[in-house]
Design a protein around this ligand. Sequence first.
Ligand code: HEC
Ligand code: HEC
Ligand code: HEC
Ligand code: HEC
Ligand code: HEC
Length: 447
Amino acid sequence: MKNLRACFIMTLILLISPFLVYSAEMGKFSYGDFEQPKRCGMCHKEIHQEWQQSLMSQSFTHEWDQVEYFKLALPHALKLQKVSGIKGGCIACHGPLAFLSGDIPPKPAEAGTRANEGVSCEICHNIIGTTEEVPFNFSFIIEPDKVKQGPRGDAKSPAHDVKYSEFTISPELCATCHDEQSPYGAWVKTTYREWKASPHANGGKRCQDCHMYHAPGKSAFGGKERADMAHHNFHGSHFPSKLAGTVDLALYTKNKEITPGSKLELRAELFNGKAGHYIPSGSTEERMLWMEVWAIDAMGKHYPIPVDPKGFHGEEYTIADPKAMAYQAMGEIMEIKDFKGLKRDGNVQEGARIFRRPFLDPKGRMTICQWYTENNTLVDYRIGPMETKIENYTWSVPAEVASGQLTIKASLFFSQVPSSVGEFLELPAFEYEPIPVNTATLILEAR
Ligand code: HEC
Ligand code: HEC
Ligand code: HEC
Ligand code: HEC
Ligand code: HEC
């Protein structure tokens, strides 16, 4: 009888909430089962400072997360049965303490609950494994207790026991939160899967090697001096210094001189030698990498040079078009009457090549709502790990070009969120301003 009832409840949970399937852990614990990061920081001072400056400590509190959850995802979850699981699902990765304690939905950041601790020390160092063969959707198994999972077996601490954990040092730990499937079955985050298929995985370069810098030092007061202490920077695309130079850029032309009325042919080569996954990766639904090419004549006049189309399927999403509209789903969720959508490409210069992967909602419109994504396999024009992309340009040199020095400048930019979306939702400007990644120039002579 008891079994039958349990079986019935399980079936019900499976039916109503696609997200809960992967997590046996919602509400299994209470906030009191987890220590606060500042307590760990008493001995692990440097690591605590690094973690505080990283996005890990802000994964619930930082403004864009608050806006997306409270203005879009949560209202949508309450309105549309199919996505109801995200009410807890978003929080499982962004405010795991709240999820594990069953505080769903959590109060907004200003209430100061422990959801605000984000991805804390106690999350990563109490995770002992995953329920999945290839992890995704917060499929971690967690045991909050006095034993801290770590990279060494020989550490001695007065505050806790330590256990060497194969899982802690593996990219599969990261995969539990960095890969995600939408309620419609679309793979909306695939950073781990991208890495796994890359030369970096074969070469033994882990997520930890590129995102947690290793250097000689001590991780704690009273700890041992280590040759390769793991810093907790977790720098990603929110750090312009991490993005700078991620993609090499080279520009070529046969010509040394141009004449008005002639055609100038240019070639750009873009090589992703530094990221262990595609660029952009992670929140691919809202990220753009794009290249603008300009000619600048001796009088300082600027002429945009549009990319030559290649003719592949879905290419229209990869060439900036100021007339293209998208993101209509946001208006529906926010109940804005006659919402026509926003500029798909924000302020990106017309004709610029955009390296991106468009996500489409169930009505076939491009969306930044990854939970409301049905299909994102139409085209994937991002730059893969160790991949080179070639772009060609044919410029019809206008009659008015001033004679003298002519500069061709290619600039590569990255943005977290399209500027149209950022402005509409009133996000802080750093979330949508173009971040420079690289530039290349050629100097020619105009006759
Ligand atoms: C009273 C001081 C103190 C406090 C408080 C403390 N630790 Fe430690 N911890 C240490 C020392 C000392 C070591 C040993 C470092 C070494 O020798 O490399 C250590 C080691 C570790 C390790 C490394 C394990 C390994 O395999 O190398 C982890 C992980 C860890 N602590 C996590 C935590 C977390 C999480 C908290 C908060 C819940 C915490 N510590 C609180 C002193 C402390
Ligand atoms: C996103 C997951 C994550 C978070 C959050 C996190 N850690 Fe770690 N930590 C790791 C991983 C992974 C390693 C092992 C790195 C490696 O394999 O190179 C590690 C290593 C350590 C070590 C051992 C360093 C060494 O090289 O001996 C200590 C100590 C530690 N963490 C403490 C903390 C404290 C304190 C916090 C919170 C302020 C924290 N960690 C937050 C994932 C995390
Ligand atoms: C418990 C879930 C969880 C785990 C485990 C986890 N992450 Fe994250 N990570 C997040 C979330 C959530 C964010 C997004 C923070 C934000 O922007 O709101 C994030 C963001 C990041 C970023 C982007 C930071 C930026 O500047 O944009 C990097 C890099 C990163 N994580 C690396 C790692 C690595 C490496 C590991 C494994 C050692 C790991 N993460 C494990 C949840 C997790
Ligand atoms: C070879 C080094 C390398 C490896 C390995 C690597 N990364 Fe990265 N990662 C980078 C660089 C460089 C960037 C900055 C470029 C960018 O933001 O796309 C980055 C960016 C990111 C971002 C931000 C993505 C975006 O576009 O906003 C996340 C999240 C991230 N990494 C997570 C991971 C995880 C998880 C793994 C392992 C599965 C991993 N990285 C493996 C180098 C690496
Ligand atoms: C499986 C774990 C997971 C789930 C579920 C999840 N996220 Fe995330 N989220 C992440 C990770 C990891 C990143 C960082 C990716 C990157 O840096 O590009 C992220 C990034 C974000 C960002 C971008 C932050 C920025 O500054 O660009 C927002 C906003 C966000 N998530 C909101 C949500 C909302 C709302 C939901 C629920 C509909 C949700 N997330 C569900 C793991 C998750």
